[in-house]
Design a protein around this ligand. Structure first.
Ligand code: GA4
Length: 333
């Protein structure tokens, strides 16, 4: 990881969070969903409408899959930079350090970005992993298949909660062989506060896909935005998952579910390691509000687009851009 000079640090830092700072506060009242309880359906719908974000317990993902992948990730990120760089830069998959996307965004982060396409060969990572590449690949595959099942269960409960007849209307998009889903391992090295400011690990953004499922070690950093300028710190919990609604789900529900803006701030003492599954539809899938969710004379807020079109547009944007506004319908006056 390259060490940043002070002026560069100031470019992507935020004032240190504290309870007395009115623009942010630590929250313990983000929605908590116990997937084994009968009230999960109602609570899920409420959480998606109010926050676009919730924490999940009793998720059914094997602790072995979690710990295997975490130790693989820690092992990888502990390698010398020159070794890791043999798996980068991401185009769009592979190892990246500090540079996020291709439009000038930077963060105090290093990562591995992967597609979940089963045909994806891990050739680009082989120069780093050598003969251990199969161990890494199987740790990723086991983890993703289990997390994807949980994501699909959540999507099916949501379809039920929205009173949609077709139970798998959302989950089938992730289950499709052509599903364009992604997976990322992030490592945020600890960083000392500079001039009373914390360093931004991953700048504010919304996820373009349908649903994202995040898990991290016990280091803080994740924040979600409630209103413009109002950030909540999410206390870490290595045994739970955090789920956020993506732009595509906001469109399919005609704005009823919120695609939540989030970011990560580097911790000043501990490394944060996170793993995120981004559940997306096939590239050819048409994304538009579901007719069955439109009430009475409700108008669609969005123009129809394919996931390919949205993704293409997203990948030319800056991280903090509002990517959906290009697809909003202008209300007739
Ligand atoms: C945000 C969500 C996922 O991490 C990601 C990111 C992608 C990237 O890192 O290459 C993007 C970002 C994400 C949205 C806007 C573009 C593309 C970086 C960026 C500046 C993998 C994704 O799908 O979109």
């Amino acid at each position: 990881m390259v060490v940043l000079s002070k002026p560069e640090i100031e470019h992507f830092s935020v004032p240190i969070m504290s309870c007395s700072n009115s623009s942010s506060f630590i929250s313990s009242n983000i929605p908590l969903i116990d997937l084994s309880k009968p009230d999960a359906t109602t609570l899920l719908v409420k959480a998606c409408e109010e926050f676009g974000f919730f924490k999940v317990v009793n998720h059914g993902v094997s602790p072995d899959f979690i710990s295997n992948l975490e130790s693989q990730a820690v092992k990888f990120f502990s390698l010398p930079l020159s070794e890791k760089q043999k798996a980068g830069p991401p185009d769009p998959f592979g190892y990246g350090s500090k540079i996020i996307g291709s439009n000038g965004d930077v963060g105090w982060v290093e990562y591995v970005l992967l597609t979940t396409n089963p045909e994806f060969n891990y050739k680009g990572l082989a120069p780093v992993f050598g003969e251990n590449i199969e161990i890494f690949r199987s740790a990723v595959t086991d983890y993703i298949s289990s997390v994807k099942n949980m994501a699909c269960l959540i999507l099916e409960l949501l379809a039920d909660g929205l009173k949609i007849q077709e139970k798998n209307v959302f989950s089938k998009l992730l289950m499709d062989e052509q599903s364009d889903s992604a997976f990322r391992l992030n490592h945020y090295p600890p960083c000392q506060d500079v001039n009373g400011r914390s360093l931004i690990g991953f700048g504010e953004h919304t996820d373009p896909q349908i649903i994202s499922v995040l898990r991290s070690n016990n280091t803080s950093g994740l924040q979600i935005s409630l209103k413009e300028g109002h950030w909540i710190s999410i206390p870490p919990d290595q045994n739970s998952f955090f789920v956020n609604i993506g732009d595509s789900f906001q469109v399919m529900t005609n704005g009823r579910f919120k695609s939540v803006k989030h970011r990560v701030v580097a911790d000043n003492r501990k490394s944060r390691v996170s793993m995120i599954y981004f559940g997306g539809p096939p590239l050819s899938e048409k994304i538009a509000p579901l007719p069955s969710l439109m009430k009475g004379s409700e108008d669609s807020l969005y123009k129809e687009f394919t996931w390919f079109e949205y993704k293409k547009s997203a990948y030319t944007s800056r991280l903090s851009d509002n990517r959906l506004c290009l697809f909003e319908k202008i209300a007739a006056s």
